[in-house]
Design a protein around this ligand. Structure first.
Ligand SMILES: [Zn+2]
Length: 483
């Protein structure tokens, strides 16, 4: 591809593209809630096809290759065909149709979310991040097959998103769910950073891939101010918000349960109900030893619960520092900003922790230890937000640590926790329950089916070697303080 620097020396570092903020069912005033997200700017070919992600809209069920989405280049940047300014004049119904019925928007949505997750990893780690599959480019198929499924395939170097008929007969596109796209993209990135996490090991290792991908997906959703603001009090418009909505219980009920509810039953067969079930876990339960929680997906919910409870705890403590503008009412924008900021901080911490994790046989204790250790290395003074205290506390309550979490003092001395059960449970990358249920043969079906052979014929060719120095976007190094 043509180098962005050569072809467009004035291309900015960042561009904004419109995405569905969470799910097409989350609406305000009848309109699908959208968000403009910042992603690294790069030269774009039709697809969109950039340096790291190539969207190929091939439907293997119908053997159809849809027209590629194109972005007009004007005034030194690529225009967003679905920006608020472009679609503002449309009625709610026309606005929704413009997004739901346009496969080119679906392609943009998948591209932008995957790029945003990639950028978050590169920001948190301060370096380029490869994909778990070969080559520098990950293929993304937004309408890969007519099936309630979505997964990352290392062999096929891609993310595949299915579509299916919902309960009301309307089509459900998994590529339009922020949660699903972010989750699958995280699988592809985690597979590069710790490839042995897909090997048979303890129940914790099998569960970690799913739990961690859920954490990244959920925190990246909560870091969107539009989502936080909408869920707080069901889309209230007042610039002030009543304190009764800002207690830990109220925030759990509105923000966590609200999002879990909005994720809807339609996608539950693809996505599971990790958030809904994890926030329902009562603190202090002996979940780690329960037979039910030896199943990888169920077990993954424990680590999700720890992180989401920490998110609420820290957010509430930050809100206590915001004064009242009127009796019992606080500034809504400050409340939303604090929530999004806490989600962003936790997301960065969660990703950074991977560098301090063992290369294989990870346990939840290892991950939490890595999380606390790397954060202390990078942000020595945690007194402003108290992330480490909060994480340590919430993890004890849901992951039921029977001993104090190890917090090493020496640089890099990430002491391993005692190993838990070593029952050999294999997890085969993502993502859905169907995909992961290896004994059903579903995985074999998907990866060896004629449909996937057709996909390969569309994307075949030698993989370009991973070359981080060739990447067209620059990301800042990790910050040394939290702003
Ligand atoms: Zn998954």
């Amino acid at each position: 591809m043509v180098s962005g620097r050569t072809a467009s020396p004035n291309l900015p570092n960042i561009r904004k593209l419109t995405i569905v903020a969470q799910d097409p069912l989350v609406r305000i005033g009848g309109r699908i809630l959208t968000a403009e997200v910042e992603i690294p700017a790069e030269e774009l070919l039709p697809g969109p096809c950039g340096y790291r992600i190539n969207v190929i809209d091939y439907d293997s069920t119908n053997n159809v290759l849809y027209d590629a989405a194109e972005h007009e280049f004007r005034d030194g940047t690529y225009l967003d065909p679905y920006s608020k300014e472009t679609l503002r004049a449309k009625s709610a119904a026309a606005f929704n149709s413009a997004l739901l019925e346009d496969p080119k928007f679906h392609a943009q949505n998948a591209y932008a979310i995957a790029m945003r997750i990639l950028a978050r990893f590169e920001f948190a780690l301060g370096r380029r991040c490869a994909w778990g599959s070969e080559g520098h480019q990950l293929h993304v198929a937004p309408h890969a097959f007519a099936e309630a499924n979505a997964f990352y395939s290392k062999e096929d170097r891609g993310l595949f998103f299915g579509y299916f008929a919902g309960t009301a007969g309307r089509p459900i596109y998994t590529c339009l769910s922020h949660d699903v796209v972010a989750h699958e993209t995280t699988h592809a990135l985690l597979d590069a950073i710790r490839p042995r996490f897909l090997e048979p090991s303890s129940p914790d290792q099998a569960a970690f891939h799913e739990g961690f991908s859920d954490i990244v997906a959920l925190l990246s959703v909560f870091s969107l101010k539009d989502i936080v603001g909408t869920l707080l009090d069901a889309g209230g418009k007042s610039p002030l918000i009543d304190q009764k909505f800002l207690t830990p219980e109220a925030l759990k009920r509105s923000v966590l349960f609200g999002l879990a509810k909005e994720m809807g039953q339609e996608l539950s067969q693809v996505r599971g109900q990790a958030l809904r079930r994890s926030v329902e876990l009562e603190p202090g339960g002996k979940y780690m030893t329960m037979p039910e929680f030896l199943e990888p997906h169920r077990r993954g919910e424990l680590v999700v619960a720890a992180m989401m409870n920490a998110f609420i705890d820290i957010w509430v403590s930050r809100l206590a520092r915001i004064g009242f503008l009127q009796r019992g009412k606080k500034d809504r924008s400050l409340v939303v900003e604090e929530g999004a900021r806490v989600a962003n901080h936790l997301l960065t911490m969660s990703i950074r922790a991977l560098d301090y994790c063992p290369t294989t046989d990870i346990t939840f204790h290892d991950y939490l230890s890595a999380l606390l250790t790397i954060d202390r290395e990078v942000v020595a003074d945690d007194s402003k937000y108290g992330y480490r205290d909060s994480l340590s506390g919430t993890s004890r309550s849901s992951i039921s640590v029977s001993r104090k979490l190890p917090i090493p003092t020496a640089h890099g001395s990430n002491a391993r926790g005692s190993s838990s059960t070593t029952a050999a449970i294999s997890i085969r990358c993502c993502a859905t329950r169907k995909r992961c249920s290896g004994s059903s043969g579903r995985t074999v079906f998907l990866s060896r089916s004629p449909r996937m052979a057709m996909w390969r014929s569309r994307t075949s060719g030698p993989a370009t070697a991973w070359a981080p120095t060739d990447s067209s976007s620059m990301r800042p190094s990790p910050s040394t303080s939290r702003s």
